[in-house]
Design a protein around this ligand. Structure first.
Ligand code: BGP
Length: 452
């Protein structure tokens, strides 16, 4: 790969965007009949979220979306990945939809249209209605049925406004971290069999999201999953290490991407799960493996893998303590993750349209200095990851877009407001927005459609 190649423009149709999610930016936690979400409840449990921060106000986007879209447009941002808050539409999870919740998103989409911004809408970004959690949450198949009704309602209501749909965000996080480790809402610690069942229910809900878009999305509607697959990087780009990395990738992603692709749980996954394997009903995989139009990948970091010694298929190499990372302890800086995640999804599962639906980095101390935040670390993060996206495209990987996480600093789940991922700074006291240096950099990249 030469410097000249990196300087060449991205393809004309390549989508540059930004992402955020309803529970992280909207605030207005009780407005207009919105029901309680599991994050509203979790945040109030002592010790669960940094400083006891709640999503009650966040960036107050609920009341400020029009000025936020004006800012987006002024930065040259034309594609925005957002999510719809299920508890605004169905405050109790099911029953009758809330007209005020639907009206809010109608106003929001109208504003996006006025500002020339295309919506990419995620149906579920973790804010399960608490009423459904009280009935078992993702451990219960009743949540899948409720999601199916919610998806039908939302897709029917907004088919005229939205053409790009994403069913679920990061199944691993709201299942494993919500019901296994308990570090995310609802904060439960269940045995492996229960956690595996939550995965299965999430896959079923994804299937219903696809079905809903096919039934009600109208002409030109497209749909896919956003997954945070486990990503690995071959230590050397040699056939032996690449083969080892592929074997690692297949094993670690067998329960989500592997299952969707195969139309059943792969044998080796079932063997590893043993008696804890999920209960599958007839017809489940007809829904789960409905064809999709694209796959979204949230890529933040990766594991280094090489050919295994003593006959092992692979060996993961532990990171040294001083390996560079952002302020999130898990966010080790490994730009090649973008290249290998997209290449493997294309080669191993045959995906023909891939998007990076999230990529970004969080830092804690980002003061506004003379009207700007000089976040050169984020500018460097963005540049190095875009280079790997560019390289993937040059190598024939069908990578069609990149959404930066995040448009604005926001409620970063259990990290509360301490960790800032935005390219726009949010002052949570005054609600003043200040574009950071990285936002200006991204604006220039989007304008010139090449890495600068
Ligand atoms: C992803 C989520 C985003 C965002 C991001 C930052 O997992 O989809 O919603 O929060 O991670 O990570 P975190 O806030 O967990 O540090």
């Amino acid at each position: 790969m030469t410097a000249t190649t990196y300087a060449s423009p991205f393809p004309d149709a390549f989508v540059f965007g930004v992402a955020a999610a309803a529970p992280q930016i909207e605030g207005a936690a009780c407005a207009d009949g919105k029901g309680e979400s599991i994050w509203d409840r979790f945040a109030r449990q002592p010790g669960k979220v940094h400083d006891g921060d709640t999503p009650d106000v966040a960036c107050d986007h609920y009341h400020r979306f029009d000025e936020d879209f004006a800012l987006m447009a002024s930065l040259g941002l034309r594609h925005y990945r957002l999510s719809i808050a299920w508890p605004r539409i169905y405050p109790q999870g099911d029953g009758e939809p809330n007209p005020a919740g639907l009206a809010f998103y109608r106003r929001l989409f109208a504003s996006m249209k006025r500002h020339g911004i295309t919506p990419w809408v995620t149906l579920f970004h973790w804010d399960l209605p608490q009423a459904l959690e009280d009935r078992g949450g993702w451990t219960s198949r009743a949540t899948v049925d409720a999601f199916a009704r919610y998806a039908d309602t939302v897709v029917q209501a907004f088919a005229g406004d939205v053409k790009h749909w994403i069913t679920m965000n990061e199944i691993r996080c709201f299942t494993w971290l919500g019901y296994g480790t308990g570090t995310k809402a609802p904060g439960r610690r269940e045995p492996a069999a229960v956690v595996n069942q939550t995965f299965h229910h999430a896959l079923l809900a994804h299937g219903h999201g696809v079905r809903a878009v096919r039934e009600f999305g109208g002409a030109g509607a497209v749909v896919g999953l956003t997954d945070n697959c486990d990503v690995c990087i071959p230590v050397t780009e040699t056939p032996a290490d690449i083969a080892a990395a592929k074997a690692w990738f297949l094993e670690k992603n067998a329960h989500v991407l592997g299952a969707i692709h195969a139309g059943r749980y792969p044998e080796d996954h079932l063997a590893r799960a043993g008696a804890d394997a999920p209960q599958v009903q007839p017809g489940d995989f007809d829904l789960i493996s409905l064809p999709t139009d694209h796959l979204g990948l949230n890529v933040y970091t990766g594991t280094y893998v090489r050919a295994g010694r003593h006959g092992a298929a692979w060996e993961a190499v532990p990171l040294p303590a001083a390996y560079p990372r952002a302020d999130s302890p898990w966010l080790h800086i490994a730009p090649q993750s973008v290249y290998w995640a997209t290449r493997f999804c294309h080669e191993l599962y045959g995906h023909r349209s891939l998007y990076i639906t999230e990529n970004g980095c969080g830092y804690d101390d980002e003061p506004v200095v003379a009207g700007e935040v000089p976040d050169l670390h984020r500018r460097d993060f963005l540049r190095s990851h875009l280079r790997e996206a560019h390289r993937a495209i040059a190598d024939g990987v069908p990578l069609h877009g990149y959404f930066l996480w995040s448009f604005i600093d926001n409620y970063e789940w259990e990290d509360g407001y301490q960790r800032r991922f935005g390219i726009v700074h949010c002052d949570y006291v005054t609600q003043v927005r200040t574009p950071k240096l990285s936002a200006r950099y991204y604006t220039d990249v989007i304008r010139e459609r090449r890495i600068l």
